[in-house]
Design a protein around this ligand. Structure first.
Ligand code: PLP
Length: 489
């Protein structure tokens, strides 16, 4: 041990990339770090700091796991078929544990297409038949044929290790100088501020209107872009997260159109983060590609297997599509060429993630037996999420000075803490809440917020019985904290 320390003292300190040193990511920041410490000490922690559904008990879709298992072990497909031949009591006992014929056929069909199997590198942009299926999914979702829209091009679709990797590819390529800026909503999902920081660009904030349900209009966008230009920033793109993390806002068609008009008028690329497109709970989702139609505005739209009713965060799958890729100055090539270059350096996205992305986009076209099984599970998961959002909102109504605007889209609520004691911040509040109840949330300042406002973000993911226990504790904590005029303890 002593020897190790001595050796380390001889090693000169190195200068590391300041962009990485300064990157921040509150979702895994001081509150979750303290939560991890408490957990090590044996405390029960309820991790609502991150949209990680299966960590809080959401069941994986059985179809996804059966397919993944069989694709990883193709020999099991034959074994399943042999089990099918068993008759008598043994056969009956096995009946309910058997994998349906429809799933076995789906796996065989998929294996034939993914002919190099799960253990081989794939094409850098991802397996071609999956990119083709993603294109068909987008066209079906956007009712492209009926709307005389532009079909998706599999060559402009990239399979990635989650949407995060796609965001990094795009932002790394966009930022060419320290004066290049990207507009992001405030509050935002901190992947964006971190990616811009890492690439050495400028974060240009625009502020959706909290009291109007976190919606924004053209005037808000104009103000942001003009302000940045006045400071010499070369604004290149606008990020829109729809449905939004952390606010839950869902854009209507007119708002999506307004962003497109704004981008067209200002020569901006749109980066549409649509990973929560299934988390609308009765509301309506309008994809940017469907509203874009044949307008020639550069658009990157992203989707993921991590959210919706799938929740396969750990499997790291997703895709992005680029439309109208701009030419890259001085090269004769377009933006897509250099995205492909980035994907090539990365070799390929992981194959289980690619195959789960395939399952996600194929779901609406699978055979009836599979559809029925999935539909039950899907509705149960989405209803459960919606019910939990309502439960938490009901608890806010019992807390002094907690206002929660907008819809409950995505997986989060972002309430405003209006009456925090003087001198305390939302970070203090979230830390005290964690210490008192084990509830791990994230302070609003981690996402960005207007000056002199305080918020927190909670993911509405814990099981109903856990919420039923912890919400009354939170109400009691909150009212004592704000009425007591200072830290609870
Ligand atoms: C808005 C948004 N985009 C992207 C991601 C990252 O998704 P993935 O797991 O696909 O990388 C998240 C994760 O929470 C998110 O909230």
């Amino acid at each position: 041990m002593l020897r190790k320390i001595k050796m380390r003292m001889k090693t000169p300190a190195l200068v590391a990339n300041p962009n990485i040193l300064e990157m921040q990511y509150a979702v895994r920041g001081p509150i979750p770090q303290r939560a991890a410490e408490l957990r090590r000490q044996g405390r029960e922690i309820i991790p609502c700091n991150i949209g990680n559904p299966q960590a809080l008990g959401q069941e994986p879709l059985s179809l996804f796991r059966q397919v993944l298992g069989l694709l990883e072990n193709p020999a099991w497909i034959a074994r399943e078929r042999q089990l099918r031949q068993l008759t008598g009591d043994g056969g009956k006992l096995l009946e309910e544990h058997r994998i349906p014929e429809s799933v076995l056929s789906l796996c065989e069909e998929t294996l034939a297409k993914a002919h190099t199997g799960m253990g081989a590198y794939t094409e850098s942009k991802g397996m071609e038949f999956i990119r083709q299926a993603v294109a068909e999914f987008i066209d079906r979702r956007d009712v492209v044929a009926a709307m005389s829209g532009v079909p998706a091009d599999p060559e402009n679709i990239f399979l990635t290790n989650g949407a995060s990797q796609g965001v990094m590819f795009v932002i790394d390529l966009l930022i060419a100088s320290s004066q290049d800026g990207i507009m992001i909503p405030i509050p935002q999902y901190p992947l964006y501020s971190a990616a811009i920081r890492k690439a050495g660009g400028v974060q240009v904030n625009y502020y959706p209107d909290e009291e109007r349900g976190w919606i924004f209009d053209r005037a808000i966008l104009d103000e942001a872009v003009e302000g940045a230009r006045a400071e010499g920033v070369n604004v290149k793109a606008i990020v829109v997260i729809n449905p939004a993390n952390p606010t839950g806002a869902i854009l209507d068609e007119a708002s999506v159109r307004e962003v497109i008009e704004f981008a067209a008028g200002n020569d901006l690329m749109i980066i549409a983060d649509e990973v929560y497109q299934e988390n609308v709970y009765g509301g309506e989702f309008y994809s940017f590609t469907s509203v874009l139609g044949n307008r020639e505005v550069p658009l990157v739209s992203l989707h993921s297997i991590s959210k919706g009713f799938i929740g396969e965060c750990g499997h790291r799958g997703g895709y992005f599509e680029i439309r109208n890729p701009p030419l890259v100055k001085g090269t004769g090539n377009d933006f897509s060429t250099y995205l492909t270059k980035q994907a090539s350096v990365n070799l390929c996205a992981n194959t289980p993630g690619q195959l789960l992305t395939y399952m996600m986009v194929r779901l609406p076209t699978l055979d009836e037996d599979i559809q029925r099984r999935i539909e039950d599970q899907k509705q149960r998961i989405l209803q459960d999420l919606h019910d939990k959002a309502v439960m938490i909102r009901d608890a806010f109504a019992e807390m002094d000075g907690v206002e929660c605007y907008g819809e409950s889209g995505a997986l989060y609520l972002f309430p405003r803490l209006v009456t925090l004691p003087v001198g305390t911040t939302d970070l203090d509040y979230c830390m005290a809440l964690l210490e008192e109840t084990g509830l791990c949330t994230v302070n609003g300042s981690g996402f960005g917020q207007r000056e002199n406002t305080h918020h927190l973000r909670i993911a509405f993911l814990p099981p109903v019985e856990v919420l039923a226990r912890v919400l009354p504790e939170w109400v009691a904590f909150h009212n004592a904290y704000v009425r007591g005029g200072g830290p609870y303890r």
